[in-house]
Design a protein around this ligand. Structure first.
Ligand code: PHE
Length: 328
C-alpha cells in the first residue's frame, strides 16, 4: 500500500510544472489531512509489534516523498531562473547607439569669432539690456522725439517709455556715463526691429564698437575696420565706405561688402554703420568734445555670417531646421 503511494506521487510529480501545483501535491501527500496522515491514523487499531513495523515503514515512505518533492522544487526553481536568464539575455556584440552631439548655432560661432578678433585688438566686451528706455535708445543718441530718424528703425514699444532696443548703440551712452576715457569696448547682443525679408529678421544681432580717447580720427576707424575684415574673412574681400547719416555720429559712413547672391551675381551688402562720435552725444555724458574724440560702429552679425558662410536668405538662421544647422 505504502509503496503504491510513492509510485502515484512519482506519476503526479511528472505532471507538475509550477510551484503552486507542487504545493498542492505536497499537502495532498504529507499535509495534515494528507494521505500519510490517513495511514498514520490507521495505526491505532494495530498491535504494538505491528505498530512498530508499520510505523517505521510509513516514516520511511514519508521521507522518500519529502525528498522527491524537495528535488522537484529545486528543479522548478532552476528552470525558472534559466528561463529568466534566457529572456533577459543581452547581446553585447551588437553595436551601441552613439550619442547625438549638439553644436553652436552659426550665429553664436560667428559672434564668438568677432569678439575674439576685437579682444585681440584690445577691446573689452560689455553687455547691456535688451529692454531699453527712450532716453538710451534715442534721446541721448541725439535722436529727439519727432526726429525722422526714429522712423528709420521700426520700434517695438513695450509701453510709453520702455522699448526693445533697436540697436546696440545705447551701450555707448551707458558705458560713457559711468567711465572716463580712454574707452575701448565692444558690446554684442540682440536687437529688435519690426521688419522681415531676405535680409531682415525682427530680431538680429549687432556688435557695437566704441573707441574714445584724445586724437581719435576717422583714419583710426577705417584701419580698425579694414583689419577686422581681413581677420574675419581670412581672404581678399572687396569693401567700400559709403557716406551715410546717423544722428549720433558725424561724419558717418556705411561699410558695404561684396558678396554673391543666389544667382551668382555680385552685389554690395551693407554690414555696418560707423562714424566719429557726434559732440552732441559727448554732451549727454558730460565729456568735453574739445578734449576727446572717438569713433563708433555697429555691425550686423547675420549679414556678416551670410557673407562668410555663403547663406543667401537671413531667415534660414531662425527656422531651426537641423539639416541647415548641422552644416556648421
Ligand atoms: N546703430 C546704428 C544702426 O543700428 C549703427 C551705428 C552704430 C552707426 C554706431 C554708427 C555708429 O544702424
Amino acid at each position: 500500500m505504502g509503496k503504491d503511494l510513492v509510485k502515484i506521487l512519482m506519476q503526479d510529480l511528472n505532471k507538475v510544472i509550477s510551484k503552486n501545483d507542487l504545493m498542492n501535491l505536497k499537502s495532498k501527500f504529507i499535509g495534515k489531512k494528507g494521505l500519510i496522515s490517513e495511514l498514520t491514523s490507521e495505526l491505532k487499531n494495530l498491535s504494538i509489534d505491528e505498530k512498530k513495523n508499520k510505523g517505521a515503514e510509513i516514516n520511511s515512505i514519508k521521507k522518500e516523498i519529502e525528498i522527491a518533492i524537495n528535488k522537484k522544487f529545486k528543479d522548478i526553481e532552476e528552470a525558472e531562473i534559466n528561463e529568466k536568464l534566457n529572456s533577459e539575455k543581452i547581446d553585447i556584440t551588437l553595436p551601441g547607439k552613439a550619442p547625438a552631439f549638439g553644436s553652436l548655432h552659426p550665429i553664436t560661432q560667428v559672434l564668438e569669432n568677432i569678439i575674439d578678433i576685437f579682444e585681440g585688438y584690445g577691446f573689452q566686451t560689455v553687455e547691456g539690456p535688451e529692454v531699453e528706455s527712450n532716453f538710451y535708445n534715442f534721446e541721448a543718441l541725439n535722436i529727439p522725439e519727432n526726429h525722422p530718424a526714429r522712423d528709420m528703425q521700426d520700434t517695438f514699444y513695450l509701453d510709453n517709455d520702455k522699448l526693445l532696443r533697436t540697436h546696440t548703440s545705447p551701450m555707448q551712452v551707458r558705458i560713457m556715463e559711468n567711465n572716463r576715457p580712454p574707452i575701448k569696448i565692444i558690446s554684442p547682443g540682440k536687437v529688435y526691429r519690426c521688419d522681415s525679408d531676405i535680409t531682415h529678421t525682427p530680431m538680429f544681432h549687432q556688435v557695437e564698437g566704441l573707441f574714445v580717447d584724445e586724437n581719435v580720427s576717422f583714419a583710426n576707424l577705417k584701419s580698425i575696420l579694414n583689419n577686422f575684415c581681413i581677420d574675419f574673412f581670412k581672404k581678399e574681400i572687396k569693401t567700400r565706405f559709403r557716406p551715410s547719416y546717423f544722428p549720433f555720429t558725424e561724419p558717418s559712413a556705411e561699410l558695404d561688402i561684396e558678396w554673391e547672391n543666389k544667382n551668382g551675381e555680385k552685389k554690395w551688402m551693407e554690414v555696418l554703420g560707423c562714424g566719429l562720435v557726434n559732440p552732441k552725444v559727448f554732451g549727454s555724458v558730460n565729456y568735453d568734445p574739445d578734449q576727446y574724440s572717438g569713433f563708433a560702429f555697429g555691425m550686423g552679425i547675420e549679414r556678416l555670417a551670410m557673407i562668410k558662410l555663403g547663406i543667401t536668405d537671413i531667415r534660414y538662421f531662425y527656422q531651426n531646421d537641423l539639416k541647415f544647422l548641422k552644416q556648421f
